[in-house]
Design a protein around this ligand. Structure first.
Ligand SMILES: Nc1nc2c(ncn2[C@@H]2O[C@H](COP(=O)(O)OP(=O)(O)OP(=O)(O)O)[C@@H](O)[C@H]2O)c(=O)[nH]1
Ligand SMILES: [Mg+2]
Length: 406
């Protein structure tokens, strides 16, 4: 068991005070600022483009969930409607009114939907990109915001193409044609290097969704990036790993806070166990390992939920009680004695915490171990849910959309 070098360096540089109560409030405010980060994503496009279905898929909720955006209905959204992430209420995907046809109205449209509140825009079409899409994108850029094009329902295109030319059908070729066609249309409208992502909201784990996730995350910074990574549905192995890395960076803060409180008398095992249990519960949700998320996924992939639940092996998921956590901490504290000297030499505040250093090591180890095992579980669930095609494309046959969505 080791404290990662990067964490020791960060702790040493962040923690300037030797006064425990000051450190406590400093670390608490670092964690609070993560919790209070908002992310507002605008999803726009024409009627029937698949905006609402995309929003629900991004939020990891089924179309019939009471919190879901209504899909498949002819319904014009008159004003921007926010849909909150089920576990991260400060993440909102906004269903915007249709962009309409008059290209000259793009700026007016942006004023109307209050463009300033969004972090970026996703412009969806299930057909060709046209002048109004390009004009909107230019207006978005002129307002200093980023935009991304999503070409939705590619599963339908593939299915149609396969039916038309069953012997000549090649998935890669069809996808390349769609992508080239989208880019050509947008370039014709004056956009250089447009970013187009081919998506099926019924098969988020396939096609360009992983590329969209990567690009969005790369182009955001700091807390927003972390929040975005946590909000993504864990539909690819890469998404699971990125979530894990992002959560890992903040482990030392939670561990420190939990053990700083340990300096106060009356807390079991000199650690704030409820803080740790809460953090583990959050990890469980971020990786989609809670019952509700597993059931939604099982329904989406038409598999019995017990099949997915059986992939969850982590003892932390099976028993997330305070007693189980304390049992683990006791063991970790025994093994972690060696680290205490290193910690005290590199991060002086630990000299002021009576029982803090060893408690910190135990909490740090607990969170790392739990994070690793949640990520492994998430990966196993993913493989069982989607077969081997957890990365990008695979050679599937295309069931009819009716079959997929029912
Ligand atoms: N095959 C397939 N169908 C999709 C996909 N996305 C959406 N659909 C279907 O397309 C229809 C319209 O989807 P919505 O999500 O309601 O579209 P919308 O853009 O929100 O429509 P409005 O709110 O009326 O503007 C629904 O029947 C969806 O099931 C997809 O990726 N693949
Ligand atoms: Mg809609």
């Amino acid at each position: 068991m080791d404290i990662q070098e990067v964490d020791l360096r960060e702790m040493a540089s962040v923690i300037q005070s030797k006064v425990v109560v000051e450190v406590s409030s400093q670390v608490q405010s670092l964690l609070d600022s993560l919790e209070t980060t908002t992310l507002d994503i605008a999803v726009t496009g024409e009627g029937g483009a698949g905006k609402s279905t995309f929003i629900n898929a991004m939020l990891g909720i089924s179309d019939d969930d009471f919190r879901a955006a209504k899909t498949g209905v002819v319904e014009t959204t008159a004003s921007p409607t926010p849909y909150h992430h089920p576990h991260l209420p400060r993440v909102r995907l906004w269903d915007l009114p249709g962009i309409g046809t008059p290209a000259l109205q793009a700026r007016k449209y942006l004023q109307l939907v209050r463009f300033e509140r969004y972090d970026f825009f996703i412009i969806v079409t299930s057909e060709r990109f046209r002048e109004n899409h390009a004009e909107l994108a230019k207006a978005v850029a002129a307002m200093g915001k980023r935009f991304y094009f999503v070409r939705s329902k590619v599963d339908q295109d593939l299915q149609a193409s396969q039916q038309r030319r069953p012997t000549l059908f090649q998935e890669d070729q069809v996808l390349q044609q769609i992508e080239a066609d989208c880019s050509r249309q947008l370039k014709k409208e004056g956009l250089e290097n447009p970013k187009v992502f081919l998506i099926s909201s019924f098969h988020l784990h396939r096609f360009d969704f992983y590329r969209l996730q990567d690009t969005l995350a790369e182009e955001l910074e700091g807390h927003k990036r972390h929040t975005l990574l946590l909000s993504f549905p864990s539909v690819t192995a890469a998404a699971v790993q990125k979530k894990k890395s992002s959560l890992r960076q903040h482990i030392w803060k939670t561990a420190l806070l939990a053990c700083i409180i340990s300096a106060l008398p009356g807390h079991p095992f000199h650690l704030n166990v409820p803080v740790l249990v809460n953090t583990l519960k959050n990890y469980q949700q971020h990786f989609g390992l809670d019952d509700a998320s597993l059931e939604t996924l099982a329904a989406a992939v038409s598999k019995p939920s017990c099949e997915l639940k059986n992939q969850v092996r982590s003892t932390f998921v099976r028993d997330l009680s305070g007693d189980a956590v304390q049992g683990f901490l006791r063991q970790a504290a025994i093994c972690g004695q060696v680290m205490v000297t290193v910690l005290k030499s590199k991060v002086p505040v630990f000299n002021n915490l009576v029982a803090g250093a060893v408690s910190f090591v135990a909490a740090y180890y607990l969170l790392h171990t739990a994070l690793d095992s949640f990520a492994e579980d998430a990966q196993r669930v993913l493989e069982r849910a989607y077969g081997l095609e957890t990365e990008v494309q695979g050679s599937l046959s295309y069931p009819s959309p009716g079959f997929i969505c029912e």
